[in-house]
Design a protein around this ligand. Structure first.
Ligand code: NAG
Ligand code: NAG
Ligand code: NAG
Ligand code: NAG
Ligand code: NAG
Ligand code: NAG
Ligand code: NAG
Length: 923
């Protein structure tokens, strides 16, 4: 992890050096000049040293667990890096401070600061000396030995650990379906002389090996020869081939053999035979690519690989890949009973142990490996309440990874394999509470403002960060909770067992800690703090000076914050999302270093002008608060990249976010903005917005027809716009968007407002240029049979939502229309009685919902041909249709209708009272 810390620091040092030229132009006072020169000199020295150290650290960290000297060295470096970071942040802080106040005040500060520069330069010099010393020591003691640590010793240690927790043959639970599938792939068409690769993918400990092992034993007799080889993380081709040869039963004196003859021997042995090879725990595609040529063709051959990485899983031929997920509750319980009560005949859990069993299982979260480890713990105890209870208490007391050693050692490898850029991002995810749903965009903003994301050519930071997120998912370190209609990850979760391990690491490396409110707790030295408790008594804020980030997850925390903030001048992230805080403590506005201020869904009602002092702010998120307008001094936040603000209003049972007022002449100064959501329309504001050419996301609310032309000209300038949301003042307001030319870069469009009826077909046809539009949401647009067909120019649409937007009686999807559409929502179409789906229309549709369509008496015509449809839902359809779905109508008719949707996995319908209906039609 030292490498990750150093990576972030080098970025900071670079930024500090950039100040050298910019500091006060040429007008330096004499003493000031010499003091600053010394300081910059030290910064440059540190930067050089770290640059040269980075590559070394990457290597060194891999062996940290096995090599004490290296471990001490990296720890040393991490601490020194932190010290330097503190110096540099303080320097930037004071430097900025100089710019405030009148001339006399500024001069006074500058003279005062000369002392500070000297002090910092001194400090840095001392640290640099230590740094050099550490590097020399490392060179003396460590380097020669390093090569020897790779490879087999490591591998063997891991393999034995794994075996401790292996499930036994008759303990397979919940994988029957996938076992059948795998078996079918492997031996279903063995007679044809073909070749197949099947892969099984999933997080560590989820039971991949168990599944393959189970199937392997069954299918083995169908082959002439079979071999099982565990590959694991570090491997060498030669070594791997030797093991393959051995497992295939080729008896050779392989030890001294040349690799060429080894290949020959394997080939000869397998020639003309039916064979199967299992490669267990493959960490990279290259394993296969390096050895694939060895195996003879012209016979039936099967390869099975298990991996934690999607990259490896994608090697499968003909989609023969299985994704393993943690077991559901029922199967977990079954497995637990089978393992734990294997000695009793019925393998049932005694009644008095039931609630403890449930508690144990909660800790395992469906991971078979964890269940097996708990079983191991319990196997030394009598099955009585008191004995089990003491085991449970012990588990509670120690962090879970201390006790569940088997799990620990298996998951740890996943972490060691992470490239360092990903390590920060990964550990960051663990700072959120258990089971927390991590939203993609929020995480990405945090990562960027924390400096975790490195610039890559031709990519925005957001794109790089999104790649990191996908990489964590592909490595099974994060689980996907939701994807959007085009299949991109929208929301993830970290498995609790992994999170525990990550937190352990985060605490050891001073990356961050979670404050749960009990036990003793010290923030000393840690860089990030996640607060989950309002209980402030044991939290001692001294030592908080090094904090860079605070995340709060309790409803109220003002007092707690005040105490901590008073001693943390260098904080760069403060995220209070979801707390009930009503106003920010003044201390917040002295946080010069602050880059991320998260106030989403808080009770904040105003922001003082002092917010303008947060010169480094990149993210200001006050979405869904009580704030009606932006403070003027937001204009001073030159580095702002994301600005979210919206007033949350509760309307009946719904919540709606309204745009905020933007004072004149402030928003045009924020030219670096990538996102601006939601502004209340006003001609001056829209004129100002025209200066924001970098915008990717823009939302405007309460628009009237008068604003049309200023909106149009603003949009013309937004050549990077991806996401646009327009809402009119009310339902009667007609958008005259004739001249509204939407940027071709647009991916998502939300349009709430009437379109001019006569112009509608023309407007919609002009959208033909929106080749990238994947999401379209229309409200109150008064579409009908005449205008709807024009929408079909949107060939790439993945999601279409019509909310009180369709006034016609019939809705026809003509042949081959919307080939990419995956989700279709039709809500509040009051007249709609018939839907027709022509041949090959909606060819990718997965989800179809009708909500509040009281005239819908029949299923859509042609629905039986929607072969990809997975979910169909009706809420408040006509009574006739509900009757059919309930099978209460005439038997034959029901049967006939239901046949049409028998291929759909999930069909749901529900009826709500009048209330519900009204809720949809009112704004
Ligand atoms: C694999 O699946 C994809 C998408 O589901 C499909 O397009 C492709 O034809 C399949 N390939 C094979 C060889 O079955
Ligand atoms: C079986 O495979 C399917 C599809 O790959 C997957 O969704 C499911 O989670 C698997 N079952 C288990 C127990 O892993
Ligand atoms: C980046 O874009 C430029 C111009 O579009 C192109 O010449 C260059 O090859 C791109 N670089 C990479 C790494 O894709
Ligand atoms: C993750 O896997 C998906 C699907 O194979 C692939 O498209 C994507 O590029 C991968 N992302 C990363 C960052 O490896
Ligand atoms: C899904 O997310 C991706 C990545 O951010 C985005 O490009 C795409 O437009 C989204 N699709 C939809 C239908 O929202
Ligand atoms: C906005 O920018 C203009 C021109 O760059 C500048 O004159 C003005 O002072 C700025 N306003 C604020 C509030 O910073
Ligand atoms: C559409 O999206 C693709 C892929 O993200 C991008 O390369 C292309 O530039 C986009 N087209 C426009 C007009 O923005």
């Amino acid at each position: 992890m030292a490498e990750a810390v150093v990576g972030v620091l080098i970025g900071k040092l670079g930024a500090a050096l950039a100040k050298e030229a910019a500091t006060y132009g040429a007008s330096l006072l004499c003493k000031e000049a010499s003091a600053l020169k010394g300081l910059f000199g030290e910064i440059r020295k540190a930067e050089k040293e770290f640059e040269s150290m980075k590559a070394y650290l990457r290597q060194a960290e891999k062996f940290k667990d096995t090599d004490e000297t290296t471990g001490i060295f990296t720890k040393n470096i991490r601490e020194l890096s932190f010290q330097i970071e503190d110096v540099v942040d303080e320097f930037m802080y004071k430097l900025e401070d100089d710019k405030h106040g009148g001339f006399a005040a500024k001069m006074k500060k500058r003279i005062k600061h000369v002392k500070v520069w000297h002090r910092l330069a001194h400090k840095l010099r001392d640290i640099n000396v230590e740094l050099e010393e550490a590097a020399k020591r490392r060179a003396r003691y460590v380097l020669p030995g390093m090569q020897g640590h790779a490879g087999r010793g490591d591998h063997h240690a891991r393999a034995t650990n794994q075996n401790l927790c292996f499930a036994r043959e008759d303990d397979v639970v919940g994988i029957e379906d996938n076992a059948t599938k795998l078996k079918q792939w492997l031996v279903g068409d063995l007679k044809e002389k073909n070749y197949k690769i099947a892969t099984v993918w999933g997080m560590g400990g989820v039971g991949k090996t168990t599944l393959v092992d189970h199937v392997y034993k069954i299918v083995k007799p169908d082959f002439d020869v079979a071999a099982w080889v565990t590959v694991s993380q570090s491997y060498q081709v030669e070594d791997l081939l030797k093991r393959i040869a051995r497992e295939f039963g080729i008896i050779t004196d392989a030890i001294n053999m040349e690799i060429r003859s080894l290949v020959e021997i394997i080939r000869k042995h397998l020639e003309g035979k039916r064979y199967i090879l299992v490669l267990d725990d493959v960490w990279e595609k290259d394993v296969w690519i390096n050895i694939m040529e060895v195996f003879p063709t012209k016979c039936s051959r099967r390869f099975v690989m298990t991996s934690r990485k999607l990259e490896v899983a994608s090697l499968a031929t003909s989609n023969c890949t299985i994704e393993m997920e943690p077991l559901g509750y029922k199967h977990s319980f079954e497995l637990f009973c089978r393992l734990t009560f294997s000695n009793s005949d019925d393998r049932r859990c005694p009644l008095e142990l039931l609630d403890l069993a449930v508690k144990f299982l909660q800790k395992c979260e469906g991971l078979p490996i964890a269940i097996a480890c708990i079983r191991r713990l319990l196997s030394f105890k009598q099955p009585t309440y008191s004995e089990w209870d003491s085991v449970y208490k012990e588990l509670e007391l120690q962090s879970s990874n201390n006790v569940m050693q088997g799990v620990d050692s298996i998951l740890k490898v996943s972490l060691e394999d992470l490239p360092y850029e990903l390590k920060n991002c990964f550990l960051h995810c663990a700072m959120f509470p258990e089971d927390y749903e991590l939203k993609r965009r929020r995480s990405i903003r945090h990562w960027i403002t924390s400096g975790f994301i490195k610039v890559k050519e031709n990519k925005t930071l957001e794109q790089v960060a999104e790649g990191y997120l996908n990489d964590l998912v592909n490595r099974s370190l994060l689980q996907v909770v939701r994807k959007n209609a085009s299949g991109c990850v929208k929301c993830c979760r970290m498995h609790d067992v992994i999170r525990h391990l990550a937190l352990d690491k985060a605490a050891k490396e001073c990356f961050g800690k979670v404050y749960e409110g009990h036990g003793t707790f010290s923030v000393d030295g840690t860089r990030r703090l996640s607060i989950k408790s309002t209980n402030i008594v044991p939290l001692n804020p001294s030592g908080a000076t090094h904090l860079r980030a605070i995340y709060v997850f309790t409803s109220s925390a003002v007092d707690l914050l005040r105490t901590i903030l008073a001693s943390t001048t260098l904080l760069s992230t403060l995220d209070l999302q979801g707390t009930e805080i009503k106003s920010l403590p003044n201390e917040v506005f002295s946080l010069f270093n602050l880059r991320f201020l998260g106030l989403r869904k808080t009770g904040i009602e105003t922001l003082p002008e002092a917010v303008g002092r947060l010169q480094n702010l990149e993210v200001l998120d006050a979405f869904g608060t009580g704030m009606l307008s932006l403070p003027k001094d937001v204009a001073k936040l030159k580095k702002l990249r994301y600005l979210y603000a919206a007033v949350c209003v509760v309307e009946g049972r719904l919540m709606r976010n309204y745009g905020v007022k933007v004072p004149r002449g402030i928003i045009n100064n924020l030219t670096g903005l990538h996102a601006l959501q939601i502004v209340k329309a006003c001609s001056e504001t829209l004129r100002d917005v025209a200066a924001l050419t970098e915008l990717r996301t823009f939302s405007v609310d309460e628009l009237t027809s008068e604003h049309s032309s200023s909106l149009s000209s603003a949009l013309l300038n937004m050549s990077n716009l991806v996401h646009l949301s327009i809402t009119t003042l009310n339902e009667n307001e007609v958008l005259t968007v004739e001249e509204l030319r939407l940027p071709e870069t647009l991916c998502k469009l939300h349009l709430k407002g009437q379109l001019e009826k006569k112009q509608m077909p023309r407007i919609l046809s002009s959208w033909m240029n929106l080749k990238n539009l994947t999401l379209l949401s229309l409200s109150v647009s008064k579409l009908d049979e005449n205008s709807f067909p024009s929408l079909m120019v949107l060939r790439n649409l993945c999601l279409l939502r019509l909310l009180n937007a369709y006034d016609g009686k019939t809705l026809c999807f003509s042949a081959q229309s919307f080939p990419r559409l995956r989700e279709l929502y039709i809500l509040g179409a009051r007249e709609l009685s018939q839907v027709e789906i022509e041949e090959d229309a909606l060819g990718s549709l997965v989800k179809l919902q009708f909500l509040g369509c009281p005239e819908m008496k029949r299923l859509p015509r042609g629905i039986k041909d929607l072969s990809t449809l997975d979910e169909l839902c009706f809420v408040d359809a006509a009574a006739e249709l509900i009757k059919i779905l309930r099978q209460e109508g005439e038997a034959n008719e029901c049967k006939e209708e239901l046949m049409k949707i028998s291929h759909i996995r999930r069909v749901r319908f529900s009826v709500t009272g009048e209330n519900f209906w009204r809720r949809i039609v009112t704004r």
